[in-house]
Design a protein around this ligand. Structure first.
Ligand code: SIN
Length: 484
């Protein structure tokens, strides 16, 4: 951590009600590329979580009463500070998460973009008037912040997943408590330091770092003073959190697992398809919910696509994300590597062929960038989220067949396809049962777009003009007695 120029960004305590809280024990934060312990962070628990909820409740009145312009100014300050410290924040992120430095700095800009976007959207929380059924009445609709928001966020985007939720919540006038993943708390705490410097008042943004996932999770999903709960993570965990939220009927938004198909049709620009597959598959070593999980290639271009794709994947430079030239880092843990290795080994046993990689890499947290061919849509690798740098290629003959295969999953987050025929583009875009579709594009995430899934990939949308709705209540005002 000595590499960080502004050492005040390196924090070891939870941030509650505008101050840093120490606890009796510590959590060790490890660099996944080297196994080195890079920091020890105080291990907060149920008590600190309750304090944070109380602080957010107390801060709500004043924060929600600020004008949209006032909130926007403070959020804009926060955005400016994040961008001014992009290098340090990116380095902290690489050290705790593993992704290459350029990608980590990209994540900081991506996270900051939500602060910028929602600072502007804060001014556009419009209401409505509705023609009433009788002359003596008027119907007015206003939107109000929902209240205290609780969030649990993952290790794969330690900055952007917090920023995406907090920015919308704060812009709407809500206050916020987040439990970041214990593997990557340093990025969250650095964000809190910058929130304070930006002038975000005490209690509005709170970060609780603790390894009692169940205890902290129960407070955040069941506390009566929390109005809304938002989560990014696996579908299995999301389902159990949703059921916990039912006890207090919280508004819930969930960004859960995916099983993204990436379809290459005969009429596709193959070079563009290869570039799209590289970014949608190997970004963050394959550890994103929107990562390509299955590559479907039409028979006529199978050989050509595979050959070019193998060449591109071979050119990836695997290593420690802080090293010059590295384009793909480690996975988050040895157990994540073991899960990926099992899916690959099971596929091979079922008849898949390894054309590249297929083995653990140069350290216990590394897995080689891998390509499998002769995969079928019924192999376990095709219906489990891989969350690692492995590309299974499945051949297909026609549009109906590939649409049926692409949709044969309980997930519905992101899908991608490459084609040129305009009729096909509309048919396939409309036929894919997914919340987001990249058409001749492999990188679809940005602050202006509504990020979210259908089916068991979750509900709610983050980013875009729709992103505020999840943090607002609609109130209907009926004015009567207006007759003379
Ligand atoms: C995720 O993996 O959950 C988010 C990916 C993204 O925002 O692009």
């Amino acid at each position: 951590m000595q590499q960080i120029k502004d050492q005040q960004l390196v924090k070891n305590f939870s941030y509650i009600n505008g101050s840093w809280h120490s606890s009796a024990s510590n959590i060790e934060v490890t660099n996944p590329a080297t196994g080195e312990i890079i920091a020890k962070v105080s291990n907060a628990g149920i008590e600190e979580t309750q304090l944070a909820v109380q602080a957010a409740k107390n801060a709500f009145k004043a924060w929600s009463a600020k004008s949209a312009n006032e909130r926007a100014k403070l959020m804009r300050n926060w955005f400016d500070l994040m961008m001014a410290h992009q290098d340090d924040l990116g380095r902290i992120l690489t050290l705790e998460q593993g992704k290459p430095l350029a990608e980590a700095k990209g994540e900081i800009a991506y996270g900051a973009a939500f602060l910028e976007w929602f600072s502007e959207e804060a001014k556009r929380v419009y209401g409505d008037t509705i023609p009433a059924p009788s002359q003596d009445k008027r119907i007015v609709v206003i939107k109000q912040p929902i209240g205290v928001v609780a969030a649990i966020t993952p290790w794969n985007f330690p900055n952007a997943m917090i920023a995406r939720k907090a920015a919308a919540a704060l812009a709407a006038g809500c206050t916020f408590v987040v439990r970041p993943a214990t593997q990557t708390p340093l990025s969250a705490l650095a964000m809190a330091e910058l929130a304070e410097r930006a002038g975000i008042p005490a209690g509005v943004f709170n970060v609780v770092v603790g390894d009692d996932a169940r205890g902290i999770g129960e407070v955040l999903t069941q506390h009566p003073d929390i109005a809304k709960f938002t989560f990014t993570g696996s579908t299995a965990v999301g389902k159990s959190l949703i059921s916990q939220c039912a006890t207090t009927v919280k508004k819930v938004s969930m960004e859960l697992g995916g099983n993204a198909p990436f379809i290459v049709f005969d009429d596709a620009d193959i070079d563009a398809a290869v570039a799209g597959a590289m970014v949608s598959k190997y970004r963050n070593a394959g550890q994103t919910c929107v990562c390509t999980n299955r590559i479907f290639v039409q028979s006529g271009v199978l050989a050509k696509f595979t050959e070019k794709f193998v060449t591109a994947v071979k050119a990836l430079q695997v290593g420690n994300g802080v090293d010059e030239g590295v384009t793909i880092g480690p996975m988050i843990s040895a157990s994540a590597v073991a899960d990926v290795a099992k899916l690959v080994d099971d596929s091979i046993a079922a008849g898949a062929k390894v054309v590249l990689g297929g083995k653990q890499g140069q350290g216990e947290n590394f897995y080689q960038p891998t390509i499998l061919t002769d995969v079928t849509n019924t192999m376990p690798i095709a219906f489990n989220e891989i969350f690692g740098p492995v590309s299974p290629i499945i051949a297909f003959d026609n549009e109906d067949e590939v649409l049926a295969m692409a949709n044969a999953t309980e997930f519905g987050l992101a899908a991608y396809f490459y084609a040129r025929d305009i009729g096909r583009i509309w048919r396939v875009a409309e036929g894919l049962e997914y919340g987001m579709v990249g058409i001749n594009e492999g990188l679809i995430s940005n602050a202006a777009a509504p990020f979210g899934g259908v089916k068991q990939s979750g509900n709610g949308r983050e980013g875009s003009k729709y992103g505020l709705d999840d943090y607002l209540e609609i109130k209907y005002l009926c004015m009567g007695g207006l007759d003379k």
